[in-house]
Design a protein around this ligand. Structure first.
Ligand code: FMN
Length: 392
């Protein structure tokens, strides 16, 4: 196998190895996938300003996020059902993050118990909670997080409703495991994945149980469909009162919500459109970020994800005002490639690319970056070509 040199190399391996139905679950977005595409295209159309003859011999990528100093300036976002991709799933991501000196966020819909994942990589795991309609479930999860010494809780803010992901519907990707005949035929061409699925550890719901046993896939499906359309900022305020650690709210996509999150006591505003998997009529996070960062004005940290595939993307997000960036799918490409080692390769690639991009901008740390690192865009047909630079 050739050595992967980019995130896209790893993505191609994942596409080859996974049954179409599973790859589409990973890759797909809501409806027409417009937001999904704009996450990457808007980042790609942003340009960085090159500056030469600066002493860039001593690059320091370390950055402090919510009180934790990270050696690698990219974290891993929460993702549910990772057991579909590799038997080590969350544990591989958590260990690779720990070894790279960064953090993995355990999903509220993970197939592995929080306690087990946190114990595999102490200090390198944050966790997500959802505002489930049954408050007792939320409180139980907060207790679990406290017991596991989790420093940061990431609230799933953008799941009041679930979007239609048409690839999944067409493929018959349902938790009741009713794949379409075409999906079954295609899976038959990926015997390695099928063998692991059939004979590997059973896929269950890590922290939710029924009568003392972990939920199975079908039961998980029913549980996950139980959206909480009635949730409001009052729920965030209640959780803030109960949770002693740092709190981030994920899914903030406008300045007004960022200010509401601040009022509710959030320590971090997590700008995310769920990697284009939820609301398909909204902008990329790149397009939303600077307005939000300006509104927050240093009162909280600003995290961002969705569409990051290159080290230069991390530099761009920083220049737009993010404290730190996170990746979702790229970490899974690494996981599919070679488990923990593959995730480590992803973090390595991004770290190397970030160092080089930073040096080209004439900087030795991410900490002093601001919009002046962004070059004005000309001859650019993108819908965001009029993006104004907030040069100090
Ligand atoms: C397979 C998959 C599962 C996901 N599950 C969750 C989840 O459980 N909770 C959540 O808040 N976001 C979830 N997300 C969204 C990610 O946290 C993140 O926002 C998104 O993947 C970032 O975009 P990127 O994949 O382009 O980097 C999921 C994303 C993927 C690809």
């Amino acid at each position: 196998m050739t050595v992967p040199v980019s995130i896209d190399d790893l993505r191609r391996v994942a596409r080859r190895r996974l049954p179409r139905i599973v790859f589409d679950y990973l890759e797909g977005g809501a409806l027409d996938e417009i937001t999904l595409r704009s996450n990457t295209t808007d980042l790609a159309t942003l340009r960085l300003r090159q500056s030469i003859m600066n002493d860039v011999s001593d690059i320091d990528l370390s950055t402090t996020v919510l009180g934790q100093t990270l050696r690698t300036p990219v974290l891993i976002s929460p993702m549910g059902l990772l057991s579909l991709f590799h038997r080590d799933a969350d544990i591989a991501l958590a260990r690779a993050a720990r070894d790279a000196g960064t953090v993995f966020v355990h999903s509220a819909w993970s197939g592995m118990p929080l306690k087990k994942v946190a114990a595999a990589a102490p200090g390198a795991v944050w966790c997500q909670a959802a505002i489930w309609p049954d408050q007792r479930l939320v409180d139980q999860h907060l207790d679990r997080a406290e017991e596991a010494d989790i420093p940061v809780l990431v609230l799933a803010g953008d799941v009041s409703v679930s979007s239609k992901r048409e690839r999944d519907l067409r493929n018959g990707f349902t938790m009741a495991a009713r794949p379409s005949p075409r999906s079954v035929l295609n899976a038959a061409t990926k015997p390695r994945w099928v063998a692991n699925f059939l004979f590997g550890p059973k896929i269950t719901f890590g922290d939710q149980s029924i009568d003392g046993r972990a939920m199975n896939l079908r039961e998980m499906g029913e549980f996950m469909h139980d959206d909480n359309a009635a949730m409001t900022w009052d729920d965030v305020i209640r959780i803030r009162k109960r949770w002693p650690g740092k709190l981030a709210v994920k899914g903030v996509m406008c300045a007004q919500d960022a200010l509401r999150a601040l009022d509710a006591g959030a320590d971090a505003i997590f700008v995310s459109n769920h990697g284009g998997r939820q609301f398909d009529a909204q902008p990329s996070t790149t397009a939303a970020l600077s307005e939000i960062a300006q509104a927050v004005d240093g009162q909280a940290e600003v995290l961002v994800d969705s569409g990051i595939r290159r080290g230069s993307d991390l530099v761009k997000m920083r220049a737009l005002g993010a404290t730190a960036s996170l990746i979702g799918r790229p970490a899974v490409y690494g996981l599919v490639h070679s488990g923990e080692a593959g995730v480590a390769a992803v973090l390595d690639i991004l770290r190397d690319e970030t160092a080089t991009a930073l040096a080209f901008t004439g900087n030795t740390t991410l900490n002093n970056l601001n919009a002046s690192a962004l070059a004005p865009r000309t001859n650019d047909a993108s819908p965001h070509a009029t993006h104004t630079l907030h040069t100090p």
